[in-house]
Structures are given as structure tokens and as C-alpha cells.
Ligand binder design. Structure first.
Ligand SMILES: [Zn+2]
Length: 382
């Protein structure tokens, strides 16, 4: 089982240069590899005695033509760039992977630049990259997390974004189970809050709302600055400055949301054995008119992803409700399902003048909180 930790890196000035060089080198290898791949393919279609491009032939081509300066950089960068390129082509030709486009050339101007290595190690809580031959000065890189960094380290990706450095550290680890509690729960996902049997988790604290507003402002400013006097202006200093601020705030939003979800999912897998959740894609569609929906929706996806892998790690079970299960319309007391104009929407029910947080059953007369009712309905699935 793989467990990935994302850590901030604090390289010294020397290692910062090394990391930058490796980012550039990865991009160089990818782009050279892609150009070679396309050339070889063209030659092959003209005359089929020429070899078909694949990971090995392209890599051999690049290795034979290595320039002197390339020997001062980790050889693994080239190997991994070409093997990823091979995967990208494979995904492109795989018809079941609809979202995959053709591999593209990488730009120097892209916000995120990075490289991969399978020779990295953790030594005394620091990240130690492989030192190329003939290089004398070398330092380990300080990282911000000191929690559990044990296990076998897999392919590490290092990347730079807005002048900051990060690494994804995937560790191979043995699954460990949490104690069984004989308690079950269900989670109802809503914009701004998650409901479960233990109450409510606010996913929209005030500082997050302020960030959403600021992001909206920057997006608007960027749209205005993109064109000046009818000309493209996305290289102007103003544009770049606002874009950097926007990225900073996106990063802050992600950090806050991830923190909330990490804590909540840990609580769920510690306190409960089975957890019912609904099909979140349906939920997303229902919320198409909600403000900052993109940022809230990314939270749903992340919630499900984190909960699934934590359940797997700790030997707990996740139960997915059928996407047609009427968790909002069903009465948890008598099982009556609201239909037609009786249905409740995000704004309540217009015919019966109920508020958005009310569930009133016209069959058994139960008056319930809308979200508590949904949680109870999901829970009855176990
Ligand atoms: Zn009822």
C-alpha cells in the first residue's frame, strides 16, 4: 500500500540552483523526447523498415546524443521523463481514458515546474537526492514535516511553484488496522457543511469565505488585464503580479480545505466501522447554481478520495449509496418518499412554504431537520 506525504522543501541557495536545474532538465528531456518520438514516428510511417518509437528506442537515441553538460545532472531525470512520456502516449491511445490528450511540449513559463527521481532517500529527517558523478558540493534538503517518514520510498516528485519547493513522498507501508468500535455513521455532503451522526462540520469558515471573495476579485482583475488596447497583455508585470496573488490564495484555500478533511476523515475512521456516503457527482450537479461551487466541489472529490484510502489503510468499510437513492426526499421515520411538487429542493418547498432546512412528512407528520433526516436515511442503508 502506498501512502503519499506532501512536504515543503527548504533548500539552501546552492541546492535551490540544483533543483532549478533539474526542473529545467526534466522539461528539456521531455521536450527532446517528444520531438524525437514524433520524428521517429514520421520516419516509420514513410518507410516501415525504420523502427517504431517506444520508450527504449527514444531513450537510447537521447542517451547516445547526450551533451557534456548533461552528465552533471542526475541520469534518472532523463530515464523517468521518457518513461512518463511513454505512459502519456499509452494513455492517449487507450480509448477508455477519454480525458487524455496528446502529450504536449512543456513550457518554461508554466507555473509549476518539476522533476522526478527514484534515488531519493530520507536521511535524518532530510531529503537526500542522488549526487551525479563528478560533483563535489552537495547538501541534504530540510523538510517541514517530522512525523512518520518511515517506509520504503518510491518515485519522488519535486516541484517548484511561486518560488516555493515541494515534494511528494510516496512510502510503501503495511496496512495497520484501527480498533473496531461497532458504531456506524453516514455523511451527508452539503455546501458549507458536512453532516454526520456526530453533528456538523463547518467547511466554510469565515476566513475561507474571505479568501473566496478575494479569489473572485483577482479573477475579475485578471480578465480585465488580459487585453490592453486590443492586444494580448498576459506578459505584463501587472498581470503576472495579480496571477501570483491568485495562485497564492488558491494554495491557501487548498491548505485550509485539506486540513479540515484530513481531521474529519481521521475522526470518522477512528470512531466508526462503516461509513455511508452518497454519490457525490449527483450532489455536484444539484449545486450548479451555488457561489464558489468549483472550490466547494473540489472539496467533495477530495473528501471521498481521502476517506476511501483511510478506510483501506485502517480496515474500515465505506458504503456508497446508490445514485438514485432518495436520501433527501425520503422520510427516515416512516419511509415515505416525496414526489412531484412535494419534493424539497435546496430552497425548501414552494408549494408547502417550508424552509430549506426543514423536512416535514405529510404521511406520518414527522418534523425533522433536513440534513439530520438525510443522514438517518443513509444510515438505514447498512
Ligand atoms: Zn414520514
Amino acid at each position: 500500500m502506498i501512502r503519499t506525504l506532501k512536504v515543503r522543501l527548504y533548500p539552501n541557495r546552492y541546492m535551490m540552483k540544483v533543483l532549478n536545474k533539474l526542473c529545467d532538465y526534466r522539461r528539456y528531456c521531455w521536450n527532446e523526447g517528444l520531438a524525437t518520438w514524433i520524428d521517429m514516428y514520421d520516419l516509420h510511417t514513410i518507410d516501415s523498415t525504420n523502427p517504431r518509437p517506444n520508450v527504449y528506442s527514444v531513450r537510447n537515441e537521447l542517451v547516445t546524443n547526450k551533451a557534456d553538460w548533461q552528465y552533471q545532472l542526475s541520469a534518472r531525470t532523463l530515464q523517468l521523463a521518457i518513461s512518463d512520456l511513454g505512459k502519456a502516449w499509452q494513455n492517449f491511445f487507450d480509448k477508455t481514458q477519454l480525458d487524455w490528450g496528446k502529450p504536449r511540449f512543456k513550457s518554461k513559463k508554466a507555473v509549476r515546474q518539476g522533476f522526478k527521481t527514484d534515488r531519493a532517500k530520507i536521511v535524518n529527517g532530510k531529503l537526500c537526492l542522488d549526487k551525479p558523478h563528478g560533483i563535489k558540493t552537495w547538501y541534504d534538503i530540510r523538510i517541514n514535516k517530522h512525523e512518520d517518514l518511515s517506509g520504503e520510498l518510491k518515485v519522488v516528485s519535486v516541484y517548484r511553484e511561486n518560488g516555493k519547493y515541494w515534494a511528494s513522498l510516496p512510502f510503501e507501508m503495511a496496512p495497520k488496522s484501527k480498533l473496531l468500535t461497532n458504531q456506524n455513521t453516514a455523511v451527508d455532503v452539503n455546501v458549507g457543511h458536512l453532516n454526520y451522526t456526530g453533528g456538523l462540520i463547518n467547511t466554510l469558515p469565515n476566513h475561507l469565505i474571505r479568501l473566496y471573495q478575494r479569489i473572485k476579485l483577482y479573477q475579475k482583475q485578471l480578465a480585465h488585464k488580459r487585453v490592453i488596447n486590443g492586444k494580448k497583455a498576459n506578459k505584463s508585470n501587472n498581470y503576472i503580479a495579480v496571477r501570483a496573488k491568485l495562485q497564492r490564495d488558491y494554495r491557501k484555500v487548498t491548505n485550509i480545505q485539506h486540513d479540515l478533511i484530513q481531521k474529519f476523515t481521521t475522526k470518522l475512521v477512528t470512531d466508526f466501522d462503516k461509513i455511508v456516503i452518497e454519490d457525490l457527482n449527483i450532489k455536484k450537479m444539484q449545486m450548479s447554481h451555488v457561489a464558489s461551487k468549483g472550490l466547494q466541489q473540489s472539496l467533495f472529490g477530495y473528501f471521498r478520495q481521502v476517506l476511501s484510502y483511510k478506510c483501506e489503510w485502517y480496515g474500515k468499510e465505506i458504503v456508497l449509496a446508490d445514485k438514485y437513492y432518495p436520501s433527501t426526499q425520503r422520510c427516515s421515520k416512516c419511509g415515505h418518499i416525496k414526489k412531484g411538487s412535494d419534493k424539497i429542493t435546496l430552497r425548501g418547498n414552494a408549494k408547502h412554504h417550508t424552509r430549506h432546512n426543514e423536512y416535514i412528512c405529510y404521511d406520518c407528520g414527522a418534523v425533522l431537520d433536513r440534513d439530520t433526516n438525510a443522514v438517518a436515511n443513509l444510515l438505514s442503508l447498512i
